[in-house]
Design a protein around this ligand. Structure first.
Ligand code: AVJ
Length: 319
């Protein structure tokens, strides 16, 4: 008997076919995170060379009393892309919000994290929303009238090019409303060697994470990509201030997806992810452009990572 195949998201097929046909072949980064990809990302967060997760978590731990005092008084915490977040309990413990609203595109993750919070904080009501937070999100009416704190950790904002990042921040403002606050994690610019090491680890976990996308395309879309013909590459794009992940063809190769043929010459690449890095002022300007006035900012001693608190202030007529 054949196993029931995993349901294939039609948007995945469309994005892959469209992206690979572009002049600079690319696939949106969110497709890296299937079950296997999410496991591999979890492994990445434990690598010595991948500093962001541990730095942000330590920062939240040590500065939480100050953060909580400024960010949330009897608020509802709305987490964008709650995933398997291990940072959430730190906030819930310190802020004791009136409600917790995790938003995630994956219903499985959502139910899991909602159950975890329920077990650990039985007195905090959880109103989970299964949604793509870049699209329309309807919050439970149970949080109507509550002050709101958005939580967007992990430097996920770095995955969006600044124009889309601005759109997303404005969208968060629309969802949460004027007067709301946003606690956001943003990775900092630092020497290239450290950035590349974080995205091309000697253990090869990030390579496996990136190459898993090709396995996923073969598996879910019935493609015949010769995965051995591609290698993982991390590049620093200085002008755009970002690390890029690519899958580079090591020889001429071709494959077919859905009857559509794609030809790659040696050296051609598929661009699979951007991870933008911001300086202190750049980060705050991005927030301002998205409609969030920075109130406070916390960094680790080395200045590797920042957590910033912004407020959605009323639009002013002047100046
Ligand atoms: C989870 C998107 C923030 O950009 O640092 C890690 C993803 N990619 N290693 C990041 C990632 C390769 C990560 N984000």
């Amino acid at each position: 008997m054949l196993k029931t195949p995993e349901a294939v998201d039609p948007a995945f097929r469309a994005d892959v076919l469209t992206g690979l046909a572009e002049p600079i072949p690319s696939i949106p980064a969110r497709w890296l995170y299937d079950l296997r990809g999410s496991e591999l990302f979890d492994d990445i967060t434990r690598l010595d060379s991948y500093y962001p997760t541990r730095t942000e978590t330590a920062l939240l731990k040590t500065r939480m009393p100050e953060i909580a005092a400024l960010a949330c008084h009897d608020c509802a915490i709305v987490e964008f892309g709650s995933g398997s977040s291990t940072k959430t309990p730190l906030l819930l413990e310190a802020m004791r919000p009136r409600a917790y609203v995790p938003i995630d595109i994956s219903g499985d993750y959502l139910r899991e994290s909602a159950a975890r919070v329920d077990a650990q904080f039985p007195t905090i009501p959880v109103h989970a929303v299964e949604a793509d937070f870049t699209k329309e999100v309807v919050l439970s009416s149970a949080v109507d009238g509550m002050p709101r704190l958005g939580f967007f950790p992990g430097s996920t904002i770095g995955n969006f090019v600044p124009r889309s990042a601005t759109d997303l921040l404005r969208h968060f403002r629309d969802i949460l409303g004027v007067g709301s606050k946003l606690l956001i994690g943003m990775d900092r610019v630092k020497p290239v060697e450290r950035l590349i090491a974080a995205y091309d680890d000697p253990q090869g976990v990030t390579a496996e994470f990136n190459l898993n996308l090709l396995h996923r395309i073969n598996r879910e879309l019935g493609a015949d990509i010769d995965i051995d013909a591609f290698v993982h590459q991390a590049r620093w794009h200085d002008m755009n201030s970002r690390v890029e992940m690519h899958l580079v063809a090591t020889r001429d190769t071709s494959f077919t997806i859905d009857g559509q043929r794609f030809v790659f010459a040696m050296g051609d690449s598929i661009h699979t992810e951007n991870s933008h890095k911001y300086g202190s002022r750049g980060a705050r300007m991005l927030l301002l452009a998205g409609g969030w006035t920075p109130l406070a900012e916390w960094t680790d001693e080395a200045g590797d990572f920042a957590v910033i608190l912004g407020e959605a202030q009323r639009n002013r007529f002047a100046p």
